[in-house]
Design a protein around this ligand. Structure first.
Ligand SMILES: [Zn+2]
Length: 135
């Protein structure tokens, strides 16, 4: 059974906005599936008719991007399961580069915060140990 791709994925494919893996698997599928080629031809036709200009596709795709706050909750695993699944899909299947960059940024912020907390704890421990150590 052929894998199916959404119109949005195919449009993103045309704009080369997908991850390298997904680009490659769509290309492989295009070689096998006449149906998929037909759909792509239709999409290209719509694009050329000005229905989906590059700017419009970009804005539409960006509208489906989760907010930075949602990405933060996603990292913590603290959100609705449906939304969690959607964001996972958005990052891994759609391979949105904007959100991946955002997520990487959030990850490095979180690990910075962790280091801060550890440092604070250690300082607190040392100062209270010093205090308690005095007779
Ligand atoms: Zn995104």
């Amino acid at each position: 059974m052929a894998q199916s791709y959404s119109d949005q994925q195919l449009q993103a494919y045309l704009e080369e906005l997908l991850s390298a893996d997904l680009m490659a698997s769509i290309e492989a599928e295009l070689r096998k599936s006449e149906m998929l080629r037909d759909r792509l031809v239709t999409l290209v036709g719509m694009r050329e008719a000005g229905v989906h200009g590059l700017g419009e596709i970009w804005r539409r795709n960006r509208l489906t991007c989760p907010s930075r706050q949602q990405l933060g909750s996603f990292l913590l695993g603290a959100m609705d399961e449906n939304l969690q699944n959607y964001i996972q899909f958005h990052l891994e299947k759609v391979g949105c580069r904007v959100c991946r960059a955002n997520l990487d940024d959030l990850k490095s912020q979180q690990s910075d915060q962790k280091v801060d907390t550890q440092l604070r704890r250690r300082r607190y421990f040392q100062s209270s140990a010093g205090y308690l150590g005095k007779p």
